[in-house]
Design a protein around this ligand. Structure first.
Ligand SMILES: Cc1cc2nc3c(=O)[nH]c(=O)nc-3n(C[C@H](O)[C@H](O)[C@H](O)COP(=O)(O)OP(=O)(O)OC[C@H]3O[C@@H](n4cnc5c(N)ncnc54)[C@H](O)[C@@H]3O)c2cc1C
Length: 407
């Protein structure tokens, strides 16, 4: 099918959580901007409400505010969310533990656990309401050509789309990043995350639980009706084994690994394994190209920050583009895009390094390290100001403060 419109101000490749948010945000801020939003896959929004998506995200206050600003938060609430008020983190190899309580922060909750499919559905509902976004999916891009004044995308039906700026929001294995020859610098984790949904004997009490085993962290994230979403990080071989054993055996092993904190595991849904990666691209931008979200940086899920960092990329890139438009500058110009890169790199890199450090700290067999980390957890638990600083960071409240200061 030959497309009617072939020329856009911006084309965003990837209509997932990050790319679709960027499209809605830009459309909200700049009504005259023409936006093409392309995805290789057509999402399936026809699901059984008695089941949960295996993939969920802990959404921070900063991300919630962004969703509110683009009229998506209400749609998410109508679908399904689980606010959580407490978080317990403890070390399997000692007595170290820390408890965060939203009441201590004067907040109603610490954040929300939301199924990824819910976020994407709400975003696509919003996209459908906006006239200056054309959603093209499923569409396969065959080639991309960067020129001085435009980027061209050749689709598999041989339509050529052209744009002043292409944004790669196509996830951790980004095709756009590869075509643009942007290298990545990463660490090999040799870890995988097993995800599933379980029903437990005791209610999770709207608490996010995380136990650090020496093989990796095990998280129970609260869903509605007393269900919990499991993210169990371990070696790839062990993750594979855990998907192959019977549901009964898996339930027993999970219960044991979690010290039966929520009693018996009463039911287990389907299990899936995701390889874990940690990398950052050497550049986030090139002339007529910007990368956002997992395409630019991918981190360990242990602190539930991956998509939140991607949404912070969106907020920054939106600001940079809108300011360039107001100043009548070319939005695909490298000088304009470099501002976005400088803005986001420091934040993303510090989170990457922190996640790597925490993962290594809890993986250490050295008794001196074990003693230190247990003492550190207990100390954090007792020093309220330190706890509040950590929690503000994790909830994205510091990012909100920075944004309002920069206005
Ligand atoms: C087990 C696990 C648990 C996690 N938990 C959390 C959490 O609690 N909190 C959190 O913040 N983060 C979490 N993350 C990270 C989070 O899932 C990612 O950061 C997030 O999905 C990235 O969003 P994205 O839109 O950048 O990429 P994606 O979600 O990967 O979306 C990419 C989109 O691009 C499309 N696409 C791909 N290739 C092409 C192509 N060639 N052409 C066109 N379209 C294409 C895809 O179809 C998709 O729609 C977790 C990750 C894992 C693995």
């Amino acid at each position: 099918m030959i497309k009617e419109k072939t020329n856009y101000d911006i084309i965003i490749v990837g209509a997932g959580m990050v790319g679709a948010t960027l499209a809605c945000g830009l459309a909200e801020e700049a009504e005259n901007l023409s936006i093409g939003l392309i995805d290789a896959n057509a999402p399936n929004f026809d699901w059984d409400n008695n089941s949960f998506d295996m993939r969920v995200s802990a959404i921070t206050r900063a991300s919630q505010t962004l969703f509110k600003n683009i009229d998506v938060w209400e749609k998410i609430l109508e679908l399904r969310v689980s606010p959580y008020q407490d978080m317990y983190v403890w070390d399997a190899e000692g007595k170290g533990k820390v408890h965060f309580d939203s009441a201590d922060m004067g907040e109603a909750d610490l954040g929300h656990i939301i199924e990824n499919r819910v976020i994407v559905k709400a975003l696509h509902q919003r996209v459908a309401e906006i006239s200056n976004i054309d959603l093209l999916c499923p569409v396969k891009i065959e080639s991309i050509n960067f020129h001085d004044d435009k980027t061209e995308l050749v689709l598999d039906d041989q339509t050529t789309l052209s744009t002043k700026l292409v944004v790669g929001a196509d996830g951790t294995r980004s095709w756009i990043r590869q075509q643009a020859d942007i290298a990545v610098k990463g660490w090999d984790f040799d870890q995988a995350a097993l995800v599933t949904t379980v029903k437990t004997e005791k209610h999770h009490e709207n608490t996010a639980w995380q136990r650090f085993l020496k093989t990796g962290p095990l998280a129970f994230l609260p869903l509605t009706d007393g269900y919990s979403s499991i993210v169990w990080s371990t070696s790839p071989d062990e993750a594979k084994r855990l998907t192959e054993i019977s549901k009964n055996d898996f339930a027993k092993e999970l219960e044991q690994a979690f010290e039966s904190k929520l009693g018996k595991i009463e039911s287990v849904a389907g299990r899936a394994v995701f390889p874990l990666r940690l990398f950052e691209t050497l550049n986030y931008v090139k002339p007529r190209l910007a990368l956002v979200g997992d395409a630019a940086h991918t981190i360990h899920p242990l602190a539930g920050q991956g998509v939140n960092l991607g949404l912070s990329d969106v907020a920054s890139l939106m600001t940079v583009i809108v300011e360039a438009l107001n100043d009548k500058k070319d939005i695909g110009d490298l000088k304009v895009l470099r501002r976005y890169e400088r803005w986001r790199r420091a934040d993303n890199r510090s989170m990457l390094v922190a996640m790597d450090g925490i993962k290594r700290l809890f993986g250490s067999e050295l008794s001196v390290i074990k003693d230190l980390r247990n003492a550190g957890l207990n100390l954090t638990d007792r020093i309220t100001p330190l706890k509040n600083v950590l929690m503000r960071q994790a909830m994205g409240l510091n990012a909100l403060k920075m944004d309002s200061n920069s206005k």
